[in-house]
Design a protein around this ligand. Structure first.
Ligand SMILES: [Zn+2]
Length: 131
């Protein structure tokens, strides 16, 4: 005799998940979330879905696109890095420079320079804070 196993999530318990088209990372929502939506950090582009990390990489790619074929490697790397930082700043301008720098794997100085290029005020340590 075998016991019949019933699915725990009987009613509306479908699990929603999204898989990034580029790096194939997956986010999953259980049935606890009533009406799950695509995470705010993700974007859908036609039938493609991209996670935050890939969006940042794509922003970097786009930054390099304008360069000629004969552009030096150092210039490409710099452009890519700058484009990634500018993407991060545009995504959340209120985030502290060091957080953005960490997300992009760069220095806070580079983030400040990027803010300067974008005409945005610097976001350093909170004045008077212990931060
Ligand atoms: Zn991805």
């Amino acid at each position: 005799m075998t016991k019949l196993e019933r699915a725990e999530a009987g009613e509306g318990g479908a699990v929603s998940s999204w898989t990034c088209s580029r790096c194939e990372v997956t986010v999953t929502f259980t049935s606890k979330v009533a009406d799950p939506e695509l995470p705010s950090t993700w974007i859908s582009d036609g039938n493609e879905l991209y996670c935050l990390g890939c969006r940042r990489d794509l922003a970097g790619d786009a930054g390099v696109e304008g360069l000629g074929e004969d552009a030096p490697n150092a210039t490409r790397l710099q452009r890519r890095s700058q484009a990634r930082i500018e993407f991060e700043i545009g995504r959340d301008p209120d985030r502290a420079d060091n957080r953005i720098a960490k997300a992009c794997g760069t220095s806070t100085v580079a983030v400040r320079k990027a803010r300067d290029r974008l005409g945005l005020p610097a976001r350093g340590a909170v004045p008077g804070g212990t931060g």
